[in-house]
Design a protein around this ligand. Structure first.
Ligand SMILES: [Zn+2]
Length: 348
């Protein structure tokens, strides 16, 4: 089969198209003929060498849609020919958290204390014509959900869905969406609005103003034009934001914490711009603020996400599509300042 492999750590130029043996599913596994694979910052972080245990060559790709192509022994949950999305967490089914349906907290692999156990990072991923996943990770897609949306739901969709739950957003909350043009940001705007809350987008590219408003943004703050915290205080009569959804990490931490209202909740799901931050506990405790972590989501979250897409309640803006052989350009497109939404590989 054809697969795009990371052959050395560095930049996207180290992605190489290779012809390799088509993998065979083991017990409890299925082989998927990949039709779409999302391109995400987590893939780029693998090329950059941030996943220290990766053996090269390695096939990235964690946002996977395809058709079940072959069953390994002792698989009864899916059938050959079914269209499936790949649930984002590898899990043991037996630990304290798996038994509660919280596979995203599975404690079977000690590496998960700092890195999520995702297909494509802990296993070979979806930048390939075929991939192997545990059968329990193959989640059937409702017929009403198109391929692009079904693919994007498996990583961005489920991550945004779960993070909105973790944020405990209620009607009337003012919610700052940091990184509004990304795959997650474009979903946050829609999901926040659907909860009757008021999303405020932060962006470095005001060319997307109309698109953000179309997705539900009440107001858009240009982070290149001035101090984000000052602008938040001005917009909220000094009160600040009830919730800040920030998937970007250290670079925006100071502004995001500074923008919080009393009782406000900062929610993070990633460390793209760095993991180390400092926190002044005095205003934090005195104003009863919270810092909340959120990582991916469960299979239940993915099923709920598919159902919501089938009902037409939100959409995934697609920035660009590439063939498998164009994966390096697709990865570069993640950094395109004009990007709004998803970058996808169309494979099968
Ligand atoms: Zn577990």
């Amino acid at each position: 089969m054809k697969a795009m492999q990371i052959t050395a750590f560095g930049g996207p130029e180290h992605l190489r198209l290779a012809d390799i043996l088509t993998p065979e599913p083991g017990a409890g596994e299925v082989r998927i003929r990949v039709t779409r694979c999302g391109v995400n910052p987590v893939d780029r972080s693998q090329v950059l060498g941030r996943w220290t245990w990766l053996q090269l060559p390695h096939i990235p790709g964690s946002e996977i849609l395809g058709v079940v192509d072959k069953l390994g022994p002792r698989v009864s949950t899916v059938n050959v020919g079914q269209r499936v999305g790949v649930a984002l967490r590898l899990f043991c089914s037996q630990c304290h958290y798996c038994l509660r349906g919280q596979e995203q907290l599975c404690m079977a692999d000690p590496r998960t204390t700092v890195s999520p156990a995702i297909p494509g990072a802990f296993t070979e991923g979806g930048y390939a014509e075929y991939t192997i996943v545990p059968a329990l990770n193959a989640i059937p897609v409702p017929a009403e959900v198109d391929d692009d949306s079904a693919c994007a739901a498996t990583l961005d969709g489920v991550t945004a869905w779960h993070m909105i739950e973790r944020a405990r957003i209620s009607a009337g909350d003012r919610v700052l969406v940091v990184g509004a043009s990304g795959g997650l940001g474009t979903l946050f705007l829609q999901l926040v609005r659907q909860r009757g809350a008021v999303p405020v987008a932060v962006t470095g590219n005001m060319a997307h103003l109309a698109a953000f408003q179309d997705l539900g943004a009440e107001t858009v703050i240009d982070r290149t034009a001035g101090n984000v915290v000052d602008e938040v205080r001005r917009l909220t009569d000094g009160r600040g934001m009830d919730v800040v959804l920030d998937p970007t990490g250290a670079a925006s931490w100071t502004a995001s914490i500074g923008a919080l209202a009393r009782g406000g909740r900062y929610v993070t799901c990633g460390i793209l711009t760095g993991a180390e931050v400092t926190l002044n506990l005095a205003p934090f405790y005195a104003q009863e603020q919270e810092v909340i972590g959120s990582t991916g989501g469960s299979r239940r979250d993915l099923v709920d996400c598919f159902d919501a897409i089938a009902r037409g309640t939100f959409k995934f803006p697609i920035h660009a599509r590439y063939p498998l052989s164009g994966a390096a350009d697709a990865m570069r497109a993640l950094s395109d300042p004009s990007r709004l939404g998803k970058v996808l590989l169309e494979i099968g």
